[in-house]
Design a protein around this ligand. Sequence first.
Ligand code: GAL
Length: 693
Amino acid sequence: MINPIASKYNNEQRLLHGGDYNPDQWLNYPEILADDIELMQKAHTNTFSVSIFAWSALESTEGNFHFDWLDKIIENIAKIDGNVILATPSGARPAWLSASYPEVLRVNARRERMLHGGRHNHCFSSPVYREKVEIINTKLAERYGNYPSLLMWHISNEYGGECHCPLCQENFRNWLKVKYGDINTLNHAYWSAFWSHTYNDFSQVESPSPIGESGLHGLTLDWKRFVSDQTINFYRHEIAPLRKITPNIPITTNFMGEVTNPHPFAGLDYAKFAKEVDIISWDAYPRWHNDYETTEFLASKLAFLNDYFRTLKDIPFLVLESTPSMVNWHPVNKAKRPGMHMLSSMACIAHGSDSMMYFQWRKSRGSSEKLHGAVVDHDNSAENRVFKDVAAVGQALEKIPEIKGSKTPAKVAVLYDVENLWALSDAQGYHGGMDYNDKKYPQTLHAHYRAFWKRDIPIDVVTKDKNLTKYDLVIAPMLYMTSEETMEKLAVYVEGGGRLVSTYMLGVANENDLVHLGGFPQKLRDVFGIRIVETDTLYPKDRNAIMWGGKQYEAFDYCAIIETCGARTLGTYADDFYSRTPAVTMNGYGEGFAHFIGARTNEDFLDDFYNIFIEKLGLSCSLISAQDGVSVQMRENGENIYYFAMNFTEKGRQMTLETEMQDMLSGKMLQSGIYDMKPYGVHIFKNNKLKGC
Ligand code: GAL
C-alpha cells in the first residue's frame, strides 16, 4: 500500500480535470488524434484515463503486442503537461482470448456459460485469465513505469458481477471450509435443517441459483461475501506486477454508486476493497433535471454518495467518470441545462473530490456509446455549448488548486452497512419482494442524512469497520443485522460519551442472518433501555402518528412496538392498538445517550428531532447562510476554510456572508452582507481559519 502522502500524485498541484480517453478506437484517424491534443488544451484538461478497454489494440493475437500507438499517445499528452492514469485492460477481453480459453467466460446463476461479447464478464477464478492479465500488466508496468506523466494506475473498470463456473464453485467451497471448518458448523449457521436442506459434505454446497438453492439466507450472504473477496483477490493478482515494478505509482479502481436510490454499488463490499486501493475513485451519474424530484433533493443524494466515498479512506477521493452532458442509459437522457455542468462539478469537489473527470473525452463513432455525452462531440468542435461548459469548469478548477487535499471536518456520521443491505433484501418479511429497494434501507439512511445536509452540517457516511469515537453523533437506522461485535462497538461508543440514534428493525439477526434468540438482545436493551416486542408493517396508505414535543408527525411503513426498561419516553404513538405506547425514547448509558425512533416518518420529524442535537452539540458553524435550496459545504486545511455555496434551484436565491471573504472564482473580496445567487449559481469562498468557527 502506497502512502498517498509520499506518492507522485501528491506532488501534482492541480485538481484533476479530464477523463476516459479511448484513442484505440481512432487509430485509423491520425488527424483526430492530433486534434485531440489541441482540444485538450482548449478544454483546460490535464489528466486522461487511457487504455481502459484497449486489450485488442495492445495484444491483437496471443503474444502479439503493440505499444507504439500508446507510446505516442502518452508522449503527446506529456507534451501538453498532461497526466496519464494508465488502465489495465482487463475490463474487456479480446476475441482470441475467449476463443482459445473458454474457461475465461462467465457462467451465470442458471449454470449457462456465456458467449464472447460485452465487457466486465470474465471469470475471477480462471487461472488462464489471471495469467494473461499478469502478462499484459507486467508489460505495461515495464514499459510505462518510468514515464514522468504516469500519475496513477486505473485497475480494470468497474469491477462487478459474479461467475458460477466449476472453478468458482470450488473456490467457494474452499472459502467455506476455511470459514466453518466442518459441515455441521455451516449447517447450523445456515439453519439448513429448514426444509431438510442439511448438507452432508462441503462438496454438496452450490452457489445460490434460481434453479437450485435460494432460501438459505446464510448461504446467500456468504456467496455475496465470497464474490466480494474473490473479486478483491483477482484485483490483488492484477496489481501484483504493478506494485513490484512501479512501487511509487498509486493505484485506484473506479467504484460505482447508484445515485437514484441512493447507495454504493451493492455487488461488492467497498469497505473491504477500500483497504486495498491507494485512492478511492467513483463514477457519478445523477439524473439531473428529471421529472420526479427537485434538483435540491437529487443534489443531496449525490452528496450522500460523495460523502460515503470520502469517508471510506477519510481523505479526498476522485470522481473518475461523469458526463459533461447526458448519458445514454437513463430512462430519458436529458441534456444538462446551462449552469448545471459547473454546479454539478462543484457539487462533487465540495464534498471532497479532488477531480472532475468525464466519460468520455471523445464521443465514439459507433457501437453502443455513440450517443453518450462526451467532451468532444462528433462535430469535433471547441465551440459547442458542452465543450465550452467543460472548458469553463477547467478554468474554474485552475483558480482553486489549493483546495486539493483539504478535508471535511464531520462530527456526525450515518452508518451504512452493505451486509445489512444484503440481509434486508433477502429477508422475506416486512414489505414484499426481495429487492434492494423494498425496505428502503438506503433511502432511509439518506432521509436521516438530509436533516444535516440541509443545515449545511458536514456529515460522514461511515462503514461499520470504522472507529466511531471521533463522532459526537452516530446514526444507525434499520440495523437489522446486528452482530455481537457490532452491538459491542455501539455500546462502547455510547458508554464513552457518544450519542447514538437507531430505529425500527434494530437488532433482529446476527451476521449469519440467524435471528437473536430471547427477543431483543440484552446488550441493546442495556444501551437503549428498551425492548422491541413487535414490528408492525403498514400498508402504503396506512398512517399512524408520533406525538412528540407537542406536535404530531405522520408515521408510516414500520412501527416498532416497544417497552421501556430504563429509557425515558419522549414520544408516543397516536393510534391503533399501540396508541400511547413509546415511539421515541432516550436512555443514558455510561457517559453517553442512546435514542430510538420507532417508526418511519417524513422529513418534518427528522428535521425537528435532529435540530435539537444540532443546537445542543453546536454542530452548526458555517459563516454563510442562505435561502432554501442553497447548500453550503465546507472543506478545510491547516490554514483556510473553503465554503462552496451552491444554488440547487431554478430560481435566484440569496446568501448571507457573516464576515468578509474572498470569492475565489471572481477573485473579489466580498464584505459581510447579503448577496444574490443566480439559478444554479456557485460561489467558492476562502476564509482564514483563525477567523472562522
Ligand atoms: C460507466 C463505464 C464507462 C461507460 C459509462 C457510460 O459505468 O465505466 O465505461 O460505459 O458508464 O455512462
